[in-house]
Design a protein around this ligand. Structure first.
Ligand SMILES: Nc1ncnc2c1ncn2[C@@H]1O[C@H](COP(=O)(O)OP(=O)(O)OP(=O)(O)O)[C@@H](O)[C@H]1O
Length: 356
């Protein structure tokens, strides 16, 4: 029963929540940082400057042609994303304007600003700044010219060329590195809670950046060897939610490992997370028993068998029902690197210059 609960969704934004959302009411920018222990002894204005740039609403309106429909590049549960330019001829930025009707509000916005402005890793999205003004919450990110991983593994009218296998593997490795950093690279572990292919965006070099940290939770001291366990309201995205977390409400870093396992299935099958969950249930959670059946037709005969076996094994272990049995992200990262190495070795046997 608990397992099924974790695999269902209820809201229009594809996110299921079991308790009331936070109060989205805004008061002032000062309120934004009032609970931050890191910065609580300083004046709000200097704090903001230290964290990241505070844009005026007028600046962001002008950068997006007054939030013009033609500047829209995407939309999620939290907000509408516009492409903008802060100054003429300057590098592009992605401007996310939070929707008034979103089930998320100020507390999630604050979480994203505080985390992204203090965490730095090549595989984490960079926050350029934010704006809190006249009841508007706006986030400004680096613009990622290749859009989301979701857009590429589920090609649409705009994007038609399927990604080659090795590039898919490299993207998975980058995401594993970013998650490993969140789980163990900081004094306190961060559990992302919202890993999905739409929250993996790709820069011009196809380097993946993890975004959507607004639901993240800070865990206990990350050097402890025990599972990071956090009491929190259950939140999840359809198809990606950890059944154990949904059943018990106990959040651990292994919930991110589970969601990442679903992304791995998406990457080799090009099927949606919801379709994959149905397959997974039908085959009693044994990825190895159905992986061959669902492989993306574009990839058929392009994956080296030893690389394939290892990749499927990693996905399988990430999706084990008992979270304690799942590998940690460090292990996943190393094994994915090994899978890439196996593929490169196999390719170089057939084409000596394949990896140069
Ligand atoms: N920094 C960025 N650069 C370029 N495109 C982006 C950027 N951030 C988001 N996008 C595009 O906008 C779309 C929506 O992003 P958003 O983060 O709002 O959506 P989501 O992950 O589906 O929703 P949510 O995280 O709110 O559940 C993405 O799928 C992507 O195509």
């Amino acid at each position: 029963m608990g397992l099924l609960r974790g695999m269902c969704c209820f809201s229009k934004s594809n996110i299921s929540i079991e308790t009331k959302p936070s109060n989205p009411t805004l008061t002032s920018t000062k309120q934004l940082f009032s609970n931050q222990r890191l910065v609580s002894t300083k004046q709000p204005s200097s704090i903001i400057k230290e964290l990241c740039h505070h844009f005026s609403l007028a600046e962001l309106q002008s950068s997006t042609n007054n939030f013009n429909h033609s500047s829209i590049i995407g939309e999620g549960g939290f907000g509408v994303v516009y492409k903008g330019h802060l100054k003429q001829n300057s590098a592009a930025v992605a401007v996310k304007r939070c929707k008034k009707e979103s089930i998320f509000g100020f507390s999630e916005f604050k979480n994203e600003v505080v985390l992204l402005s203090q965490l730095h890793h090549p595989n984490l999205m960079s926050l350029v700044g934010f704006c809190v003004e006249r009841n508007e919450l706006v986030l400004v990110y680096e613009y990622m010219s290749n859009g989301s991983l979701f857009d590429h593994i589920h090609p649409n009218k705009i994007i038609r060329d399927p990604l080659p296998w090795k590039l898919r593997l490299k993207i998975c490795i980058g995401v594993a590195r970013g998650l490993h950093y969140l789980h163990t690279g900081l004094k306190y572990a961060i559990i992302h809670r919202h890993i999905k292919s739409r929250n993996i965006v790709l820069d011009h070099n196809w380097e993946p950046k993890i975004s959507g940290l607004f639901l993240s939770k800070r865990g206990p001291y990350s050097m402890s060897k025990s599972l990071i366990r956090v009491n929190s309201r259950v939140m999840s995205t359809c198809g990606y939610s950890d059944p154990e977390y949904a059943a018990t409400g106990d959040l651990t870093e292994k919930s991110d490992v589970y969601s990442f396992g679903i992304v791995l299935l998406e990457v080799f099958s090009a099927k949606s997370a919801m379709d994959l969950i149905k397959e997974h249930l039908k085959h009693k959670y044994l990825v190895k028993s159905y992986a061959e059946e669902i492989v993306d037709p574009f990839l058929k005969s392009k994956i080296d068998p030893s690389c394939w076996n290892l990749f499927v094994d990693i996905a399988h272990r990430c999706l084990v029902v008992d979270g304690r049995e799942r590998p940690d992200m460090g292990e996943v990262e190393v094994e994915l690197e090994h899978a890439l190495q196996l593929q490169e070795e196999a390719d170089s046997k057939y084409e000596p210059n394949a990896n140069s």
